[in-house]
Ligand binder design. Structure first.
Ligand SMILES: Cc1ncc(COP(=O)(O)O)c(C=O)c1O
Length: 499
């Protein structure tokens, strides 16, 4: 029995978070003298390969396929299993699964594991596209919960406890409730209370924590979703946890969702050629967070607080802060998100986003009508954050106006009427129509603005004047609204005779 397995068998012992079993084994393999007659065809970069010059020889030597000594993601028994056990331990969960198609696949799997076709899923309307796709895949019947809308910052927060409670009371036979925690903008609803209410009815709580990989390491009273009692949580380690893009973790506890069912669904949805660079980056990122995360976030917090104070004292810009979110929305707030309200200086978030990139070389996470948002991680320093503070003050001086921009189209929060289930709309016959002539039709399309990846409309919903107005607003400001229609300004709708 490996040391890790021994420790797993003894629940009192914590695992040694310094270990990186998958990463170590992969490096060991990459250093061996191997003559590969397996795929990938670049054969550890043995031939002249332009990628080798850019990525380095070791990267290509580590880009290998599953084999006995490196374990198999769909049926982990050795180093992947050990690495997953360490991840579960670091996040306080009972099981952890490595994901190589981001949180997207984890969300789809959590929905499919809890909902059969026709089962009710309670879900926030501002859920990510992957939530809507999970609904289509599973055939679940969504019952939408309106999120809290913040008209001052022009964004939406999490769902209120009141609305979640109402949804649970009105749908006691729902199979699951999905909660986004934290939201893209960093707010966190009362998840513990929602878990208790849902569990009383036998409803599973599944959590989209794409933006919350760092939460367990923040301390200062911030609760992570596993601590709050969620049954399944998916976190994008690649977003704030330090692993490579696309790598995520699915965590389970409480046994409401059977581990074998999750493993089976993940094996259906994920590739049979899971990328070892991605998986081993999960191993390393987990170690960094578990061993150094708390200390690094403790040091980062005063730097962020100083930056917020500087921005607010020396400019008319406003920052979204825990006290504000607590007072107005009764939710807690993740201080690593810097949501900066810029409409008070007469500029839109989109304009500031572009100026920051073009004039200061600063790439923000996203822009909305009133705000721009920076994501702060332990890779940031006083210097990088100082650069942002300087740029924001400089932009106000050079471009700021005395006017305040107010728009009616700043969030994607309108309630659309669901006429048929998203799955039914998806499998109906479709046609492409000019968006301006689509009012009154049933959407077969998902109109996406990315970021933040919240659909303006999903398949099955009635296309209203509001949706069309928002489409035009985002096209003018962001430049692209993703639709499935090939022709410009068109949208896919359900054919009239196929409702
Ligand atoms: C709220 C939310 N959920 C889920 C996802 C999907 O995560 P991933 O990119 O890891 O697949 C995203 C991505 O931006 C997101 O913002």
């Amino acid at each position: 029995m490996s040391k890790i397995k021994e420790l797993v068998a003894n629940p009192i012992a914590r695992l040694n978070q310094d270990e990186v079993p998958l990463f170590d084994r992969l490096v060991q393999y990459a250093k061996q003298d191997v003559t590969p007659f397996d795929v990938p065809g670049h054969k550890m970069g043995s031939a002249m390969n332009p990628l080798k010059q850019v990525l380095g020889e070791m990267t290509l030597r580590m880009d290998v396929n599953s084999m006995k000594e490196l374990d198999l993601l769909s049926h982990p028994q050795s180093v992947i299993k050990d690495a997953q056990n360490l991840a579960a331990d670091a996040f306080g969960a009972e099981q952890a699964y490595f994901l190589v198609n981001g949180t997207t696949v984890g969300i789809q799997a959590m929905i499919m594991a809890t909902c059969k076709p026709g089962d009710i899923l309670l879900v926030p309307r501002n859920g990510h596209k992957s939530v809507m796709d999970g609904i289509i895949l599973s055939g679940a019947k969504p019952v939408f919960i309106q999120p809290e809308v913040d008209y001052h910052f022009g964004i939406s927060h999490g769902v209120s406890l009141f609305n979640a409670k109402k949804a649970i009371e009105e749908h006691p036979h729902a199979r699951a409730i999905l909660i986004t925690y934290p939201t893209y903008f960093g707010s966190m609803c009362d998840l513990e209370e929602i878990c208790q209410l849902a569990h009383k009815q036998g409803i599973a709580v599944i959590v989209d924590s794409a933006h919350g990989a760092h939460l367990p390491f923040l301390a200062n009273g911030i609760q992570d979703p596993i601590e709050a009692g969620a049954d399944a949580v998916t976190i994008s380690m690649h977003k704030t946890g330090g692993s490579l893009t696309q790598s995520s973790l699915l965590l389970l506890q409480n046994n409401r969702i059977v581990p074998e069912a999750i493993q089976k669904i993940l094996s259906m949805l994920q590739t049979t050629s899971a990328n070892y660079l991605l998986m081993s980056s999960l191993d390393v990122a987990r170690r960094e967070l578990a061993v150094h995360g708390r200390e690094r976030y403790r040091k980062l917090k005063p730097i962020v607080e100083k930056a917020i104070a500087q921005i607010e004292h020396e400019s008319r810009l406003e920052i979204l802060k825990p006290a504000y979110v607590g007072k107005h929305f009764n939710q807690s707030y993740d201080w690593t998100k810097l949501v900066i309200r810029v409409n008070g200086i007469g500029l839109t978030g989109f304009e500031v986003y572009t100026i920051l990139k073009e004039n200061y070389g600063i790439q923000m996470e996203l822009a909305e009508g009133y705000v721009v948002m920076a994501v702060i991680t332990t890779s940031d320093t006083e210097e990088s954050i100082g650069k942002l503070v300087y740029a924001l003050k400089d932009i106000e001086e050079k471009h700021g106006e005395q006017t305040v921009i107010m728009s009616t189209h700043v969030t994607a929060d309108q309630v659309n009427k669901l006429i048929v289930s998203p799955r039914e709309a998806f499998y109906s016959e479709h046609e492409s129509v000019d968006i301006n002539e689509a009012v009154g039709r049933i959407s077969a399309d998902t109109l996406m603005i990315y970021p933040p990846g919240i659909p303006l409309v999903i398949p099955g919903e009635l296309l209203s004047h509001d949706v069309v107005k928002q489409y035009h607003y985002y096209r003018q400001t962001i430049g692209t609204v993703l639709t499935e229609a090939k022709k410009a300004h068109h949208i896919m709708v359900v054919k009239e005779n196929d409702k």
